[in-house]
Write a protein that binds this ligand. Structure first.
Ligand code: PHE
Length: 524
């Protein structure tokens, strides 16, 4: 009897399944704090939240449930922070002399400039989507029909595109063949019994699709030659031939950019999800729950400690405004905190100064035809290359529509720095020229673009906190403690950096800490 049969047969309740350890509890159900955030005079305790990104809005939403009175100060005219969907009409001017951009995508077309995929195990993110009625769809992250392209290599297979599935199947085949040969030669005798070896060889035969002689001679897993697909009548199809092992090895595909992250990296394994209509559906849903609580176009200028709380000075309509509160939840990204006039402690200031942020950028390219679907059979997924464009992301939505926007580059570190330093026009030129090496249709089909470099984007100035062991040890702890009545939240205060899940979980941690402290006061 399988678990499913058992559950169906007994119609076991949710509670009993939980009790038997057959289900994981929904994380939000554990977040059940008593609603005593109000003072004895019936008014809510005042909390000033800096930043209307996911961390700030989650903090306001959860504190609101507990009776606190929250005000969010947001420097931008929109919510969401690094959760930002680019559509027709989106405007941005980057810092460091960037020229103004206005997106001219057609109606209904967009790309997620920041957060763009939700791993299936980010339960808290999924929980908030559910709670806020944000419908999800599949984000196709691993598509074996997308390409690898090694530029500048010398092998026969360099400087030309290769289907990911050809590469994976051939490498699996050859490595399985080599290992099965080693087993045949009894070199592993000491560790394994004869029966074990036979079973292992069976596994390798399947893993690599080896023939009866345990040799890799190609596989139908790579598919058929173009125009020789199986069909009606006398059309059995002609299989493709494998590439040679030495050709594969000498063509540069062992570089990290080509790793099979879609299968191997925990955060990128199927299934990935995304909100229907753009990632900003999440911040927009929070905004609806926070009517009247967000002050937009209100960049914070000073953060001060007072005897009983905090004092925040911000700019609004050219005027300087001051507000006070009992607590502050500061979700500003560290590059912003670094430049803020404040009474923050030395350890927090040093954290802001020395925790590096990722340089990263994307470009959305609108094409008048979805040639990657029509000509290449690519529906979502990611092409990888060692060129400056690094990755091409094909949209997992709007399939078979007339037009489409794909992400023409998504890069990090020095590639993002180099590309981000270019003018908007030069970025577009670069993305088109390099992308055309993989997709020769680019020049004919291109319509318009919108690019961004997060390290040059006002009020973010970086993609995400990029810790190593040393900075984790030296600077991170300062962000976990309140500094007087100031609490820190945001992905940079978690081990889930670079994910929305980090923003969510950090906000809940701050809310719990504030609420526990208030609980202590009210006991006195
Ligand atoms: N979460 C971001 C993304 O999915 C950044 C990231 C990239 C995090 C790769 C981990 C690995 O693109």
């Amino acid at each position: 009897m399988t678990r499913r049969d058992f559950i169906n047969a007994t119609s076991a309740s949710y509670a009993s399944l939980l009790a038997w350890g057959m289900l994981h509890p929904a994380p939000a159900s554990a977040f059940n704090l008593p609603a005593n955030g109000q003072r004895t005079d019936g008014k809510g305790r005042k909390v000033i939240i800096l930043g209307a990104g996911l961390a700030g809005m989650t903090a306001a939403y959860e504190l609101g449930k507990l009776g606190y009175e929250c005000t969010i100060l947001e420097a931008r005219s929109r919510s969401g922070g690094r959760v930002w969907t680019i559509r027709g009409g989106t405007k941005e001017t980057e810092i460091g002399g960037g020229s103004p951009q206005t997106c001219s995508f057609d109606n209904g077309h967009y790309f997620n400039g920041g957060a763009a995929r939700i791993p299936h195990h980010h339960q808290l993110t999924l929980q908030y989507c559910k709670e806020l009625n944000v419908p999800l769809q599949i984000f196709n992250g691993a598509n074996e029909s997308a390409y690898l392209y090694n530029d500048g290599g010398t092998g026969d297979l360099a400087n030309r595109r290769m289907r990911i599935s050809d590469y994976h199947n051939d490498m699996r085949g050859y490595t399985a063949e080599l290992l099965s040969k080693a087993l045949d030669q009894s070199t592993l005798d000491q560790q394994l019994t004869k029966e074990d070896v036979e079973k292992l060889i069976d596994f390798l035969k399947n893993e690599g699709d080896l023939n009866t002689a345990h040799l890799y001679k190609g596989t139908n897993r790579r598919g058929y030659k173009i125009k020789n697909d199986p069909g009606a009548g006398n059309l059995p199809g002609t299989l493709t031939d494998p590439y040679g092992l030495t050709d594969l090895l000498r063509s540069g595909f062992m570089q990290p950019v080509f790793y099979n992250v879609g299968d191997y990296a925990y955060e990128q394994q199927a299934t990935l999800l995304q909100p229907i209509g753009g990632m900003d559906a999440i911040p927009k849903a929070f905004e609806k729950k926070l009517t009247g609580k967000i002050v937009f176009n209100a960049p914070v200028k000073e953060l001060r400690k007072t005897e009983n709380g905090v004092r925040v000075i911000y700019q609004k309509d050219g005027k300087t405004v001051e507000i006070t509160g009992e607590f502050c939840v500061c979700t500003l990204p560290l590059p912003m905190l670094k430049n803020l006039e404040s009474d923050l402690s030395g350890t927090v200031k040093r954290a802001a100064d020395f925790i590096p942020y990722m340089k990263t950028g994307k470009i959305g390219l609108q094409f008048k035809r979805r040639f990657w679907e029509e000509d290449d059979g690519i529906y979502g997924g990611i092409t990888r290359t060692n060129m400056d464009i690094n990755q091409i992301w094909y949209p997992s939505f709007g399939l078979q529509e007339a037009k489409g926007v794909l992400i023409g580059y998504y890069n990090f570190y020095s590639r993002a720095e180099a590309v981000g330093a270019l003018s908007i026009t030069e970025r577009e030129k670069m993305a088109l020229a390099l992308g055309a090496k993989i997709h020769p249709q680019y020049p004919n089909e291109f319509e318009n673009s919108f690019s961004l470099a997060w390290h040059r984007t006002p009020y973010s100035e970086g993609g995400w906190a990029n810790y190593d062991d040393a900075t984790r040890k030296k600077y991170y702890p300062a962000l976990l403690e309140p500094d007087g009545n100031i609490y820190f939240a945001g992905e940079h205060t978690t081990y889930l950096t670079a994910w929305m899940a980090g923003a969510f979980t950090s906000a809940r941690r701050a809310v719990e800490a504030i609420h526990a402290r208030v609980g202590e006061y009210t006991k006195k």
